[in-house]
Write a protein that binds this ligand. Structure first.
Ligand code: BG6
Length: 485
């Protein structure tokens, strides 16, 4: 029996809210990422911060200078009621948003939360419920209080597990009865391929990351996830817990056995490792050899393994934008992807940002996740990043976005016919946001346009794009037809 899907839209606090110092909010790891005009290495520089770039950002903040897009997001903090009304008119069933840890605990290690932060999220939860939408909460979406990086070394330190649990306790005690689905972490595998975003780890001033630190941090986030699930089951039992990774749908570059093996190994380390721990409750066998061969040392306690086994999540989820190609010999033309690079796939078209559009890959991923875990699967992020134009007549015509959505929705239906238990689809950046990868404003995903540019110049007025009408009508007729069947 096919399940009636939930259709949703998503934002993340750092990319959406702005108001970075409102109500006593502390600085976090996203507030200090600068906008750098697009050049070959601008994206890397703004993604992988070093301690000296953080120090520079703090000086800029003191002086009130510099261009730090996450400090303003798309001003959601100031447009809350209007935005929720727009989402209500859109008719989505479920809204995914995240809580800014530094709004509740400005330094991250206080004993008690910040009242003004609590009051803000009281308003958010209330508005979402009054609009009749379900809540899909991401406890943290990349943004970590900066003090926790400077004082404890970010997620390398197990102390963060306790502090994170304290933060989660406040969330569940206060809003637990309103949370339908939640994720302890956004794209938990980001720690591996984008350590500043994923695990709040600064890049060394010279040379590469210490992989022991990267994987220790990831392990600590796994423990934190399991402890949060334990806590939620005690105090907010109606919520459903998930785990989430960025899914890449890898293809081997050639038919060579080496390319095929590389695909398997990369998929294991990059995509399945968190899923095996958090959904299947096991520390997977393949990581031992990977650690050994790369000289990686991770402190894994016996109690951690028991936690994984006892507190695995209820559903699995992933973000999916494009697919990737891997080659053992590193040849082939490169293109970009979600925080990673890939080889160009001649069978696919790519967006202006080089992300290869592959709707069939979504069906493949849905099958792969279900096959591996036998748990219901939520597509909790997907969408098209494009340079939309606000026309003179005040309209935004985005037929390319409608086409992208239609083709991906078709493949979700195919996956359901394959027998995959799909929970729903959540469109990324339903209201335009600052891009997480490149800090640009002009890479837009929304069905609601926000009038602002890369420099933060603009009215921040909200304008419905053509795709708004299409998505609204699609959701409405989907449910009408479903009820009639
Ligand atoms: C995912 C993140 O990696 O991809 C989002 O969870 C992000 O935060 C999205 O915005 C799209 O990436 P980008 O770089 O185009 O914003």
């Amino acid at each position: 029996m096919m399940r009636e899907l939930l259709w949703g839209g998503a934002t993340a606090s750092s990319q959406y809210e702005g108001g970075f110092s409102e109500g006593g909010k502390g600085l976090d790891t996203q507030d200090v990422r600068p906008y750098l005009p697009r050049t070959s290495n601008a994206t890397t520089e703004t993604r992988l911060l070093t301690s000296s770039s953080v120090a520079r950002a703090k000086e800029d903040i003191e002086r009130g200078s510099g261009n730090y897009p996450f400090q303003r997001g798309t001003m959601g903090y100031y447009h809350l009621d209007e935005d929720i009304q727009l989402l209500k008119e859109l008719g989505i069933d479920i809204y995914r948003f995240s809580i800014s840890w530094a709004r509740l605990f400005p330094e991250g290690d206080e004993e008690v939360p910040n009242e003004s932060g609590l009051a803000y999220y009281d308003r958010v939860f209330e508005a979402v419920a009054s609009a009749g939408m379900k809540t899909f909460l991401t406890l943290t979406h990349y943004a970590v209080p900066l003090n926790l990086v400077e004082k404890y070394g970010g997620w390398t330190n197990r102390r963060l597990i306790d502090l994170y649990e304290r933060f989660a306790r406040v969330v569940f005690e206060r809003w637990g009865d309103r949370i339908d689905y939640y994720l302890p972490f956004n794209e938990i595998n980001a720690g591996y391929f984008s350590p500043w975003n994923g695990v709040a780890l600064p890049k060394p001033e010279e040379g590469a990351y210490d992989q022991s630190k990267v994987f220790q941090s990831l392990h600590n986030q796994f423990v934190a996830s399991a402890r949060v699930i334990r806590l939620q089951r005690e105090i907010a039992p109606r919520s459903q817990s998930g785990c989430m990774v960025a899914a890449f749908c890898y293809y081997p570059h050639t038919m060579s056995p080496e390319d095929n093996l590389l695909k398997l190994r990369d998929e294991q380390v990059n995509q399945w490792y968190p899923v095996d721990v958090l959904a299947n409750g096991v520390q997977p066998y393949y990581m031992d050899r990977f650690y050994r061969e790369h000289g990686i040392e991770v402190d894994i306690e016996d109690d951690d393994l028991e936690l994984f086994a006892r507190y695995s999540c209820d559903f699995v989820s992933f973000s999916y934008y494009s697919s990737s190609v891997l080659a053992s010999e590193g040849n082939g033309e490169q293109t970009a992807g979600n925080l990673v690079c890939s080889i160009r796939n001649p069978y696919l078209e790519a967006t202006e940002w080089g992300w290869q559009i592959d709707p069939v890959g979504l069906r493949t991923m849905l099958n792969a996740f279900y096959d591996r875990t036998h748990k219901p699967v939520f597509v909790c992020e997907c969408g098209l990043g494009a340079r939309d134009v606000l026309e003179e007549d005040g309209a935004v015509h985005d037929p390319y976005r409608v086409e992208y959505l239609m083709r991906h929705f078709g493949q979700i239906e195919e996956a359901q016919r394959d027998g995959v238990d799909v929970l729903g689809f959540i469109m990324w950046g339903v209201i335009d946001l600052v891009s997480a990868g490149s800090c640009e404003m002009e890479k837009r995903y929304g069905v609601v346009y926000v009038d602002a540019d890369n420099e933060g110049v603009g009215s921040y007025r909200r304008i419905k794009k053509d795709s708004f009408i299409w998505y609204r009508d699609f959701i409405c007729s989907y449910h009408e037809t479903w009820t009639k069947e």
